[in-house]
Design a protein around this ligand. Structure first.
Ligand SMILES: Cc1ncc(COP(=O)(O)O)c(C=O)c1O
Length: 425
């Protein structure tokens, strides 16, 4: 078997999550535990944590997937019109038909227009590809780099969402870590980047840098660096419908935009993508609803804005609650969440806990996360799954449990941490 697949690690769905599922089964069978349910704060999956879908997106999906509804039900006229337009663009007016490999043309055009309106610079729809979530787009681009001796290198932030490190291992590329500056709100530091680049010269030839914005697991937002791109920079940026106010992870929608890519390379990329046929058409339709939401004056506008604002306001309140609570706990230090649904607090673990972890052959933060899970049912991801500065310990939690559950979770967490610290002091 290909050893790179054996070697790759993906902590977000690793042993802690497997144990959480096992505990859920034990609870169903009546096991006696100090808690009644598992609270899954490990995965950025809003709907799994009780978020309600945005009506406009789901009405379009309903009409597109079962066109009889367009005539039979009293959906808003803009929903019916949009569903008809999208169906006209599908083979046989059916979402069951394959689409063009890079996505349905009118959806690519809507996305290009969205990018232009958002960023204030031109976007060429033929350089926009619709993808099955961001993951597929990211893997397609990383797949363009060359393994070998020495392999191509890719600068990746530390801490970092493990899709990138896992994919680099899988593809035989070299991940070159650059540390984000925790003391400066997880900011990106040019000297750190230059140092990482210099060091990498012994093992690989760096061809690419990954920038994650907003940060996962760190939750920070990077600021504009002036002119967004120049003729010398080949840039690919990704967007997903899995996050944000819509949180439609399961529909697998998103896009990538290419700027300044070498034309020959771009042709090979398109060829490779066409070998995968197409992203799901329902995911593409949801992506279109995100890129072209109802405009002011259209029938769906008011409800859309009301629902979107409610989700964003609630996330903002929850972000502050989580950060404030963690910062009130002894041994915790947590940067503000500026734009994602995650936070990555730093925890000081007592030396005896570190020893106990060693005795069990676990990293100390993994030991902490397992203890939390076994004693309270709260499932988080240990910092080592995202990499972190040696000698520091963190974990990632989402802010996605609905407010009542989140409050309950934080209370239980606080009690656990006090007991844990006392036990190992
Ligand atoms: C930084 C980053 N990249 C990529 C992804 C992939 O998500 P999806 O494939 O659902 O778009 C995620 C999901 O959490 C992420 O946080």
């Amino acid at each position: 078997m290909k050893q790179n697949v054996v070697k790759l690690e993906y902590a977000v769905r690793g042993p802690l999550v497997i144990r959480a599922a096992a505990i859920e089964n034990e609870l169903k069978k009546g096991a006696n535990k100090p808690f009644k349910k598992v609270i899954r704060a490990n995965l950025g999956d809003a709907h799994a944590m009780g978020a309600k879908p945005i009506t406009f997106i789901r009405q379009i999906l309903a009409c597109a997937s079962f066109p009889e509804l367009i005539e039979k039900y009293d959906f808003p006229s803009d929903v019916k019109q949009r569903a008809n337009e999208l169906l006209d663009a599908c083979g046989g007016r059916s979402v069951g038909a394959y689409s063009a490999s890079y996505g349905i043309e009118i959806i690519r055009k809507d996305v290009a227009k969205y990018i232009e309106d958002r960023d204030g610079h031109p976007s060429n729809w033929e350089d926009v590809l619709i993808t099955a979530g961001a993951s597929m787009g990211i893997k397609s681009i990383l797949n363009l780099f060359a393994p070998g001796n020495p392999p191509d290198g890719v600068l990746i932030p530390i801490p970092q969402y493990p899709l990138y490190s896992a994919t680099l291992v899988e593809f035989g590329l070299e991940g070159v870590g650059y540390y984000l500056d925790e003391d400066k709100g997880w900011g990106l530091d040019m000297n750190e980047l230059k140092g990482a680049l210099e060091k990498s010269k012994k093992t690989c030839c760096v061809k690419c840098i990954v920038i994650i914005n907003p940060g996962n697991p760190t939750g920070q937002v990077l600021r504009e660096m002036g002119k967004p791109y120049t003729d010398e920079v080949e840039l690919t940026s990704f967007m997903t419908i899995s996050k944000g106010y819509m949180g439609e992870c399961g529909l697998r929608g998103g896009w990538l935009e290419i700027v300044n890519m070498d034309k020959e390379v771009q042709t090979h990329l398109y060829k490779a993508l066409s070998a995968m046929l197409c992203p799901t058409v329902l995911g593409q339709i949801a992506t279109d609803a995100v890129a072209r939401p109802p405009k002011q004056g259209e029938p769906s506008y008011d409800l859309y804005i009301k629902e979107k604002t409610a989700v964003l306001d609630s996330l903002k309140t929850r972000a502050k609650l989580v950060v404030d609570t963690f910062n009130s706990m002894e041994g915790f230090k947590c940067n503000p969440i500026q734009g994602a649904m995650y936070c990555f607090p730093r925890i000081q673990l007592p030396p005896k806990a570190i020893e106990a972890a060693k005795a069990e052959g676990k990293a100390a933060d993994v030991f902490y996360a397992f203890s939390l899970l076994e004693e309270t049912g709260i499932c988080i991801v240990a910092g080592s799954g995202f990499k972190q500065r040696p000698g520091t310990y963190h974990f990632r939690t989402t802010i996605l449990p609905q407010p009542e559950l989140l409050n309950e979770m934080l209370t239980i967490f606080k009690e656990f941490h006090q007991k844990f610290t006392k036990k190992y002091s």
